[in-house]
Design a binder for this molecule. Structure first.
Ligand SMILES: CC(=O)SCCNC(=O)CCNC(=O)[C@H](O)C(C)(C)COP(=O)(O)OP(=O)(O)OC[C@H]1O[C@@H](n2cnc3c(N)ncnc32)[C@H](O)[C@@H]1OP(=O)(O)O
Ligand SMILES: CC(=O)C(=O)O
Length: 535
């Protein structure tokens, strides 16, 4: 952690203002240690006194959390107009939270003072000064979030400057300049922060820090945060995965990765940046919001290469097509196999899967051609790594590993009775494995589900490992809508053994045939990776 620069996380407060996000106290108590592990300096936990869950969070955090790197910050607002700070219920709620840092949102735009607060400029300045002074006198460290700072400054710089000066004179250690509506552009931020610093006489040695709190409505939250830091701010606020009200807040991991890797600063404690990908995904698990694959630095696709020309250069040096070494943020480079692959892509993918294909030009050409042909017929390997691995293994060894041979399968969908009763499905699979013929029947709520059950039952006596496999996702896409019900169907399924998951693809003239291919690929891939040989 850098003592002269604050990394301030507001995932649990402003992040929680995201549409659809609903964090329980337990969720917040689970996320806070991850943020601490990441090495941020501040964790803003919520608004105690206003939101009952947040009051509970601070009470439980005081008892249950031991933070190594971060301090907790409680968020609230300045006192109400016409009420003494010491008498303001909401301000007392902040003190009661026991948080060492209290962050006050204050109006900095005169239009908001007059129209939203419905008071006048001098009273709002008094609200800021009184509240900061009161809390500082109570022994708390105070951060002031100057709400609508940038819009306010562009409208009436003198008033906005007065709001910031009042907070500093009253003892705020940080004044965070908020782009509350998220509409700023980086060069506006640069200009405004520069002018403000000049007006305040602010230097790197000043007793207070200026900070940045950016929203992403113009798509510039990260860029605006970097511009603010470049212009002299030494405190940056943001959220994990860019969660937040409307289009979100500045993605703190992107901001910090840029400042550390490109800016040569060390901001997170304990080399936390190398844990960024893991922590971003762990937070997604808790928020129950699927990770965004194309998220800079930490997204699953952030270092995934599809173009064959990229792969051929990466084979020489990964830096030729990557802006950083993915390990710096705990991410990995991946090769994606598709009809855009060339031989270099196959060679690198092979290496990723543990096969050294160096110098095997003929094999690489064969696999490349097979992939391109299959993709032209509807297969998609960049979403089905496991099916690609089976194809590659088959080309390397010259044959497909025969865990079982299928004699036949069939499915029946039946609805007994009148409308409103549920249809049920039944499947029968006949196959040979372990030197015997197996016939089994499975039932399910649909034909694919029934087929999956029947296949497992047919195999389980010979391959008990299959009991651990579970189908966790199933996606169907009709590839040629011009043909209506004659169209080609592509099925992607994801299976897990509880430790890892893998994806397979099947293509066929109908849903059931495509699903059967994806299901059998999945079983074979799972058995290979369970270390089982064909019996
Ligand atoms: C930019 C941001 O993201 S700031 C954070 C936003 N987050 C939230 O609002 C989440 C938590 N909020 C809440 O639980 C509620 O909105 C509360 C408890 C804060 C307020 O609820 P209520 O007491 O019912 O008031 P209501 O929502 O009707 O109006 C807000 C009041 O706060 C006042 N207010 C708004 N900003 C400030 C401020 N910076 N300082 C002091 N008072 C303020 C308004 O003038 C209004 O006062 P009034 O009740 O005298 O008219
Ligand atoms: C304080 C805050 O969240 C904002 O101004 O956006």
């Amino acid at each position: 952690m850098n003592p002269t620069f604050d990394v301030y996380d507001t995932t649990l407060r402003d992040g929680a203002q995201q549409e659809g996000m609903n964090l329980s106290v337990a969720d917040k108590l689970a996320i806070a240690p991850l943020l601490d592990e990441l090495g941020v300096g501040y964790i803003e936990g919520g608004w105690p006194g206003a939101i009952p869950k947040d009051t509970d969070f601070f009470a439980r955090a005081a008892r249950e959390l031991t933070l190594k790197n971060a301090v907790l910050a409680a968020f609230g607002s300045t006192r109400k107009a016409g009420v003494a700070a010491s008498e303001d219920k909401q301000v007392r709620g902040l003190l009661d939270s026991q948080a060492p840092v209290l962050t006050l949102v204050a109006k900095a735009d005169i239009r908001h003072v007059e129209r939203a607060l419905r008071t006048d400029g001098p009273e709002n300045l008094a609200m800021i000064g009184d509240t900061v002074r009161f809390l500082v006198a109570e022994g708390r460290r105070v951060v002031l979030d100057a709400e609508h700072f940038f819009d306010g400054y562009r409208y009436d710089p003198a008033y906005t400057l007065a709001a910031v000066e009042t907070a500093i004179e009253a003892g705020a250690e940080v004044v965070a300049l908020c782009d509350t509506n998220g509409g700023m552009l980086p060069h506006w931020v640069t200009d405004v922060v520069g002018e403000l610093r000049e007006a305040l006489g602010h230097t790197a040695d000043s007793s207070y820090r200026l900070g940045m709190h950016a929203h992403n409505d113009s798509g510039c939250a990260v860029a605006n945060s970097l511009a603010a830091v470049d212009a002299g701010c030494a405190h940056v606020q943001g959220t994990i995965n860019g969660y937040g009200e409307r289009t979100g807040n500045a993605d703190l991991l992107t901001v910090v990765a840029n400042l550390e890797i490109k800016g040569g600063r060390t901001l997170l404690a304990d080399g936390g940046l190398a844990e960024a990908s893991r922590i971003a995904h762990a937070v997604s698990e808790i928020t129950n919001i699927s990770p965004y694959g194309r998220q800079p630095y930490v997204g699953a696709s952030a270092f995934a290469h599809k173009g064959g020309l990229h792969a051929s250069a990466i084979k020489v040096d990964p830096d030729l097509y990557q802006h950083i070494d993915p390990r710096a943020v705990g991410n990995d480079m991946r090769m994606l196999i598709s009809d855009m692959a060339g031989r270099a892509s196959i060679e690198l993918k092979g290496r990723e899967l543990g096969f050294d294909l160096t110098g095997q030009g003929e094999l690489l050409t064969r696999v490349t051609t097979r992939v391109k042909d299959a993709e032209a017929n509807g297969y998609t390997y960049d979403a089905a790594d496991a099916s690609f691995e089976l194809l590659l293994r088959e080309e390397i060894s010259g044959e497909r590993q025969e865990y079982f041979s299928v004699e036949s399968w069939r499915t029946i969908v039946e609805r007994a009775g009148s409308r409103g009763t549920e249809a049920t499905a039944e499947a029968t699979v006949k196959l040979h494995a372990g030197g015997e013929r197996h016939v089994s029947t499975g039932e399910g709520n649909g034909p694919v589900n029934a087929l999956d059950h029947a296949l497992r039952q047919a195999l389980v006596r010979v391959y008990p490992e299959i009991q651990e496999f579970e189908l966790i996702d199933f996606k169907v896409r009709i590839l040629d809508t011009m043909h209506g019900t004659d169209a080609t169907t592509r099925v992607l399924i994801e299976t897990t053994d509880g430790q890892r998951s893998w994806s397979t693809v099947g293509v066929g003239p109908n849903l059931i045939e495509a699903s059967w291919e994806a299901l059998t690929d999945s079983a074979i891939y799972g058995l290979i990776h369970a270390g089982v040989s064909p019996r």
